[in-house]
Design a binder for this molecule. Structure first.
Ligand SMILES: [Zn+2]
Length: 466
């Protein structure tokens, strides 16, 4: 089957050009001048999609989602089916979720369990990182086996003692293995031991409201954890990727590491760029809707994070999508420690970032594509199959209308959750048409795909030198 995307402005992380995109079956086969004979003859037996006045960009890649995630205080609402459909509507054609051994057993058992949950349900292509908890003698061996399965990144935690937390000894052991087998360590960098003390002290003082979720997780304890993990990675000789970096203090540690020439990378999320501490202070417990970890920070951190995106000290935008509905959040009324931890966002990453980055003039169009698509693909072993529009790459393509102002709302979103953190936020650009490996899966407000369209992605080793 042939498809021609005609008359649009193709934007990759590197260049911008007026060109038609030729697709055969699932792959891009060429980019050609719209007036050329090649385009004309290709169009004769092709499905022609008019991209006039549209940006034609590589499908988004969200490398941090939690669909059907188990072991939380309450069930995460988006399944692989609903969550990936919302992703598609938002122009994200690849997600990487987190498998873990929520129910015990080996890491490989945990992976198998997640495969079963996702298989046949996903609307977009998907892969897994492995969360590593309870590190034991078997763990390094299992890390090798997982790399063979296409799981080339391992998430570890300095937060959540008693649950996901690893000691420095456990971290170093796994870092050394990553240094050996070429995989990437993803770090949740917050000093969970100290944070737990502050949390308990706050409750003892009667400080039970959602805002204390942030005030007991200070940015300094994020920065300290980033620093410690950088040192351990340097000693082990492995690249390091900090997930959901939220604060100027933590960013300073990443900048310092990169300035020393270390392979240290970081992602941030739209919530840390568009929301802030005042959202946690909303009355009548509404602040609970904004509880995620690391927490939202005072507004002055945002300018620093934007600066980091501009200078490539932050490389990737992901969402940490982990939705709970309003009634689930109520579990923490009277004790913020029991508020389910996570917020929705997978659907709005591309549009929000276009707004903040491009429409508001902070960074270039190409940089927007870079942070939302190319860099995540390259970081997690999917480039150039994903993350660009070039001959040989998967035809995961978004037609983006840069001039279609609209307001984000739970009324119109597709995520399985009854509120939006971005309710009322105005954005100027809109995802218009989405192709997954050459097939149109979203057209305007219509979903044209099917559950199961998405394929599992066995990933190559991470390119630790992006
Ligand atoms: Zn997460």
């Amino acid at each position: 089957m042939k498809t021609l995307i005609k008359g649009g402005k193709v934007v990759t992380a590197i260049e911008t050009m007026n060109a038609d995109v030729m697709i055969v079956d699932e792959k891009v086969v060429g980019l050609v001048d719209s007036d050329s004979d090649i385009s004309r003859s290709f169009s004769e037996d092709a499905l022609v999609i008019d991209a006039t006045d549209r940006l034609v960009v590589p499908g988004g890649i969200d490398v941090h989602t939690h669909f059907e995630s188990e072991g939380q205080i309450a069930p995460v609402l988006d399944t692989f089916e609903t969550g990936t459909q919302a992703s598609a509507f938002g122009g994200t054609t690849t997600i990487i979720d987190f498998a873990w051994r929520a129910t015990g057993g080996s890491l490989l058992d945990g992976l198998e369990h997640y495969h079963q949950m996702a298989q046949g349900d996903c609307a977009v292509d998907y892969g897994f990182h492995m969360m590593v908890n309870e590190v034991d003698d078997q763990t390094p061996k299992e890390m090798d086996m997982l790399v063979d399965e296409g799981i080339t990144s391992f998430k570890m935690f300095m937060a959540y003692p008693g649950r996901m937390y690893s000691t420095d000894a456990q971290l170093l052991t796994c870092y050394q293995k990553a240094g050996e087998n070429g995989s990437l360590i993803q770090m949740h960098a917050e000093n969970g031991i100290a944070i737990d003390v502050l949390r308990d002290q706050a409750i003892d003082k009667g400080q039970t409201d959602p805002v204390y979720h942030s005030l007991t997780r200070p940015a300094l304890l994020e920065a300290e954890a980033v620093h410690r993990s950088v040192v351990l990675a340097e000693i082990a000789g492995c690249p390091l990727y900090i997930v959901h970096l939220s604060s100027a203090n933590a960013l300073q540690e990443v900048v310092a590491a990169r300035d020393r020439g270390l392979n240290v990378f970081a992602e941030t999320c739209p919530q840390y760029l568009f929301l802030d501490l005042t959202d946690l202070e909303r009355p009548d417990f509404e602040g609970s809707k904004y509880v995620c970890s690391p927490p939202l920070r005072p507004t002055d951190h945002q300018a620093e994070l934007w600066r980091g995106l501009k200078t490539n000290d932050l490389q990737v935008i992901a969402t940490d999508h982990c939705p709970f509905c309003w009634t689930q959040k109520e579990l923490g009324r009277g004790d913020f420690r029991n508020i389910p931890n996570g917020i929705p966002g997978v659907e709005h990453r591309m549009e929000l970032m276009y707004q903040g980055a491009v429409a508001e003039g902070r960074v270039s169009l190409n940089r927007w594509v870079d942070m939302c698509s190319r860099a995540p693909a390259q970081m997690f072993g999917l480039y150039p199959r994903k993350g660009t529009i070039a001959p040989g790459s998967d035809a995961d393509i978004v037609l983006f209308d840069p001039e279609s102002p609209h307001v984000i709302s739970a009324e119109t979103h597709h995520m399985n959750v009854d509120y939006s953190c971005y309710e009322g936020h105005e954005v100027t650009g809109k995802v218009d048409t989405v192709l997954l490996r050459g097939q149109v899966v979203v057209e305007g407000t219509e979903y044209l795909g099917r559950a199961g369209d998405g394929q599992y992605l066995s990933r190559d080793l991470c390119d630790g030198l992006i």
